[in-house]
Design a protein around this ligand. Structure first.
Ligand SMILES: *[C@@H]1O[C@H](CO)[C@@H](O)[C@H](O)[C@H]1NC(C)=O
Ligand SMILES: *[C@@H]1O[C@H](CO)[C@@H](O)[C@H](O)[C@H]1NC(C)=O
Ligand SMILES: *[C@@H]1O[C@H](CO)[C@@H](O)[C@H](O)[C@H]1NC(C)=O
Ligand SMILES: *[C@@H]1O[C@H](CO)[C@@H](O)[C@H](O)[C@H]1NC(C)=O
Length: 201
């Protein structure tokens, strides 16, 4: 039997529970995934906002929406990776309350002693929620770009297929099934973010 390694590499998922503020530039959640190919790291960011106009034509024409904020490096590299965080709209709600999109860009990271890199997307503000919301967000990924001994490759992050917004009733218990896929065959686990804005939340 194949031994599976628990992935040390996090896929941070943000999902938003409840109420969308239609008037305002508000973040509704996102995802960071990466993959190593041809000596480069390809980072894909998926983001959802409730203030960016998107329609069928923008999807067909692959119009780059302006986005907001920037993807920055916090460890192992420095500076800004992408600014502004423009994206190609791939979905939108009929009622025009949210858009969802993504973009993939390639990077070359400097080699470091441990090859651990932290990059992420921090800005303000979350959409309004029944509880929390309207504050800063911090979507952070930690990646280990050391070649793995078990498969001789650099780890890829898992990929999750999930709708950008999940509306649930307050004080009710829910089980959310999040379909995931991992190219390296690693075990993928789910958890809530545990820290404050300076780290992840
Ligand atoms: C979309 O692309 C079509 C064909 O290239 C063009 O005629 C149209 O003006 C474009 N629309 C927008 C909104 O960019
Ligand atoms: C979207 O609009 C339809 C038709 O007006 C309505 O029934 C539905 O509740 C709306 N959905 C949201 C999320 O506002
Ligand atoms: C990777 O990015 C560089 C610019 O940083 C670009 O010149 C190059 O074409 C890109 N490679 C691919 C395969 O997209
Ligand atoms: C990074 O990956 C390498 C190769 O799999 C491993 O030896 C090392 O312990 C990892 N570093 C951390 C901090 O997990």
């Amino acid at each position: 039997m194949k031994t599976q390694t628990i992935s040390l590499f996090m896929l941070i998922l943000f999902m938003v529970l409840q109420i969308i503020n239609i008037h305002g530039s508000h973040f509704q959640g996102g995802m960071l995934i990466w993959k190593y190919k041809d000596n480069q790291i390809y980072i894909t960011y998926k983001v959802s906002f409730n203030s960016h106009p998107c329609d069928k034509i923008s999807i067909l024409n692959r119009t780059l929406l302006n986005g907001a904020g920037s993807l920055k490096c916090y460890r192992g590299c420095s500076g800004t990776l992408v600014s502004p965080l423009s994206y190609y709209c791939t979905e939108y709600s009929e009622n025009d309350t949210w858009t969802y999109g993504q973009r993939t860009l390639n990077f070359t990271f400097p080699s470091t002693l441990d090859n651990i890199y932290v990059f992420g997307y921090r800005d303000c503000c979350w959409t309004s929620l029944v509880e929390g919301g309207s504050n800063d967000w911090s979507l952070i990924a930690t990646a280990n770009f050391t070649i793995r001994k078990d498969n001789g490759q650099i780890n890829c992050s898992p990929i999750a297929a999930m709708q950008p917004v999940v509306t649930v009733k307050k004080n009710c218990a829910y089980a959310l099934k999040i379909p995931v896929q991992d190219e390296d065959g690693d075990v993928v686990r789910c958890r809530w973010a545990t820290n404050s804005i300076t780290d992840e939340c």
